[in-house]
Design a binder for this molecule. Structure first.
Ligand code: T46
Length: 143
């Protein structure tokens, strides 16, 4: 349950920059779904849930937003503001996103199709389940 920031190689020349995302390569799973959010209102808090199985990589392809990640024992706060950085969010991490910049486009790559039964939306339920999980400290790893 490490929190891993993936450095995405940027191919740049005098025309600009390009980042390529490849499953099982710089994205550490098979990509089954991609979604993105934009025009997020000010003072909006998104997420506020955990996933039972889902693993994801979030990239602020434009603008910035903050993430709160919580494993039931510790919390970590991060600013995502670089299109060449991917935040790996493993299963069973409570996540909240907030302070979206007006221009923020937050893209998420997921290893599963959309499945409402995979969501844990109640924080107390999440804590109960997290209590039973082995203690793995939150670490921020630059890859
Ligand atoms: C997550 C964070 C980072 C779909 O129909 N298909 C999809 O693939 C997704 C992601 C959402 N939806 C529908 C379900 C809701 O009616 O889009 C609506 C908004 O979804 P939600 O309220 O779950 O959005 P967020 O921003 O709270 O959470 C999303 C993801 O759902 C979640 O998996 O980890 O972004």
């Amino acid at each position: 349950m490490d929190i891993k920031m993936i450095r995405l190689q940027t191919h740049g020349d005098d025309r600009g920059s390009l980042v390529a995302l490849e499953q099982e390569n710089n994205i550490p799973f098979e990509i089954k779904r991609v979604y993105y959010m934009f025009k997020t209102g000010q003072n909006v808090r998104r997420g506020c849930h955990a996933h039972r199985r889902l693993r994801q990589v979030a990239i602020a392809v434009r603008g910035s937003c903050r993430f709160l990640l919580d494993n039931g024992r510790e919390q970590i706060e991060l600013l995502l503001d670089n299109p060449a950085q991917g935040l790996l969010i493993d299963s069973f991490i409570w996540r909240e996103m907030y302070e979206f910049s007006e221009d923020c486009v937050l893209m998420v790559l997921a290893d599963q199709l959309y499945d409402e039964t995979d969501y844990v939306r109640n924080y107390n339920d999440f804590l109960e389940i997290a209590k039973k999980a082995p203690l793995i400290p939150h670490k921020l790893i630059q890859a």
